[in-house]
Every structure is written in structure tokens, then in C-alpha cells.
Design a protein around this ligand. Structure first.
Ligand SMILES: Cc1cc2nc3c(=O)[nH]c(=O)nc-3n(C[C@H](O)[C@H](O)[C@H](O)COP(=O)(O)OP(=O)(O)OC[C@H]3O[C@@H](n4cnc5c(N)ncnc54)[C@H](O)[C@@H]3O)c2cc1C
Ligand code: FES
Length: 253
């Protein structure tokens, strides 16, 4: 685990108010995996006190990409940073996606900003497996396709792609992957992850999801990020240390 001050190399704002930072961090970039995250100190003052967790959106050589929107005070401060500004990052943290396992088709299911970890997963899987990407949002403004491939889209209001949820889209496209050995990789709001778990169990599909909760330390010390486990031995797991990526069978969503 590294804790480093690093300069923002480039800042991109997508048309739907999504920000992408490119930051230089060779030590972390060389060892980090899709689904793992960084805990970022968004200001060099004591406010806000706590770091904010962000998924690794992508890695190119010595550079790491983070994707975020303005949600509260921390992300507002971050969004006002410019190339050359320094941020302090802690990572790599958590356990990411297991994408080397025995499957033929990766079915990526993303809701809104849940798209954040998938450009890196898409890059890492490369041409080694088929990839089918299903992306959902409430409206077209919430649909993020950055860095993904073979994309199908659904919006709640029908303003882009199919009208309905990303889980409706998953059901509609079931025939594209249920004949192959498929594995689902999901990230998005909790109701979506809940529906994804139900779909995966009903269709007997291997499925991993990246979960979210408010965090403090980010590496297992404060015990502030419990998630209920389905195992009798471990009543609770920690999202930051045991996750944020879990097999849907292992946790209560
Ligand atoms: C493992 C992990 C990876 C993440 N990756 C990304 C990413 O790639 N891009 C991105 O934009 N966001 C990501 N998030 C969420 C991001 O960390 C929060 O949106 C961010 O902390 C909000 O900070 P803020 O200061 O802007 O908002 P705050 O002012 O801290 O938050 C406003 C309100 O939301 C609550 N809150 C904050 N964070 C969360 C949360 N995670 N779950 C539930 N309630 C919360 C706070 O308690 C507060 O009441 C991730 C979270 C986790 C746990
Ligand atoms: S955030 Fe501290 S234990 Fe998970």
C-alpha cells in the first residue's frame, strides 16, 4: 500500500458533468487491479477530514484514471482542481474483480456512475474473452459509455436506448450469453445490485458486484464499513478490506 502526493496530469469533463482525472502514480499503477480503489485526500487542509474512495477507472502505463461526479463537498473540491494541482492518494485498496476465472463471456452491467471501474476491467480482459456491456441510467445524461465496448443501453425514461432498467435489458439480452459460460460483473446503485443478485441466482450465473458504502480509513482499521455476510462464520465482512467486490452469493445485498 502506498501513500503518495501526486500531480493531476490532465482533467477531462465529459458532457454529462462527469470528471476524469489522469494522475501519475507508477508504483500503484503497476500493481493495481480492476475493482480495487484509492482513498483520496481531496484537500490539503483538515476539511474535509476523511478521504473519499474512488474506483480505479483505468490505467495506462504509469497513469491512473479516476472518474467522478459532484456528489457532496469532497467531490466538489476535487472537481475544482486543475492540471498541476497535487492530491494525496492511498492505495491500492480492497479486493477487485476475479476476471481470470473460467468463463467465456464477461457480461458487464453498470448503472450510472457504477460504470467507473469498467474501462479498466474491459482493458484487462482485452480480446481474451467476449465482452457484452449493458449500461443503464435514469436518463441519457446518466449513461456513461467511456472506455467500454459492445455496448447496449437502457434508460428509465427511454431518452437513450431501450426504455426500462438495465436489469430489463439484461433479461432481454439473456439469449446472447446464457448459451456460453458467462460471468456477470456489476456495479451501480443498491436496488440494481439486489436485482442483479436475484437474476444471477435464478439463472445460475457466476456473478461479482462492486458494493459501496461510506468509508473512513479504507483499509480495515475503523470497522466502519460492514456488509452482512451469508456465511455463518463471518456475520459481517468489511467493504474496504474484504470487498468492495464480492461474489453475490457471499453477501446480503
Ligand atoms: C469502493 C468505493 C468506490 C467508489 N468509487 C467511486 C467512483 O469511482 N466515482 C465516484 O464518483 N464515486 C465513487 N464512490 C463514491 C464516492 O466515494 C462518494 O460519492 C464520495 O465519497 C462522496 O464524497 P463527497 O464529499 O462528494 O460527498 P459527501 O459530502 O461525503 O456525501 C454526501 C452524503 O452522502 C453520504 N455518502 C458519502 N459517500 C457515500 C457512499 N459511498 N455511500 C453512501 N452514502 C455516502 C455521506 O454520508 C453524506 O451524507 C465510491 C465509493 C466506494 C465505497
Ligand atoms: S473503512 Fe475503515 S474498516 Fe472499512
Amino acid at each position: 500500500m502506498f501513500i503518495v502526493d501526486t500531480a493531476i496530469e490532465k482533467s477531462i469533463e465529459l458532457e454529462n458533468d462527469i470528471h476524469i482525472f489522469k494522475i501519475f502514480s507508477p508504483d500503484i499503477a503497476s500493481i493495481i487491479n480492476p475493482g480495487e480503489f484509492l482513498n483520496v485526500k481531496v484537500s490539503d487542509t483538515l476539511y474535509p477530514l476523511l478521504r473519499r474512495p474512488f474506483s480505479i477507472c483505468d490505467v495506462e502505463g504509469d497513469y491512473i484514471f479516476l472518474m467522478f461526479n459532484i456528489f457532496g463537498e469532497g467531490t466538489r473540491i476535487l472537481a475544482h482542481k486543475h492540471p498541476g494541482d497535487i492530491i494525496n492518494i492511498l492505495g491500492p485498496l480492497g479486493k477487485g474483480f476475479n476476471f481470470g476465472s473460467n468463463f467465456e463471456t464477461a457480461v458487464i452491467v453498470a448503472g450510472g456512475l457504477g460504470a467507473a471501474p469498467f474501462p479498466f476491467l474491459t482493458r484487462k480482459i482485452g480480446n481474451k474473452k467476449n465482452i457484452l456491456t449493458l449500461i443503464g441510467g435514469k436518463t441519457h445524461r446518466e449513461v456513461i459509455t467511456y472506455g467500454m465496448k459492445n455496448i447496449h443501453i437502457a434508460t428509465d425514461d427511454g431518452s437513450l436506448g431501450t426504455k426500462g432498467t438495465v436489469i430489463d435489458l439484461l433479461n432481454e439480452n439473456k439469449k446472447l450469453f446464457t448459451s456460453s459460460r458467462a460471468k456477470i460483473f456489476g456495479c451501480g446503485p443498491t436496488p440494481m445490485l439486489k436485482a442483479l443478485k436475484k437474476f444471477s441466482l435464478e439463472n445460475n450465473l457466476d456473478s461479482e458486484v462492486s458494493t459501496e458504502c461510506a468509508m473512513a480509513c479504507g483499509f480495515g482499521i475503523c470497522q466502519g464499513c460492514p456488509i452482512e455476510s451469508t456465511s455463518v462464520q463471518d456475520k459481517y465482512l468489511l467493504v474496504c478490506k474484504d470487498g468492495p467486490v464480492f461474489n453475490v452469493r457471499d453477501v446480503v445485498i
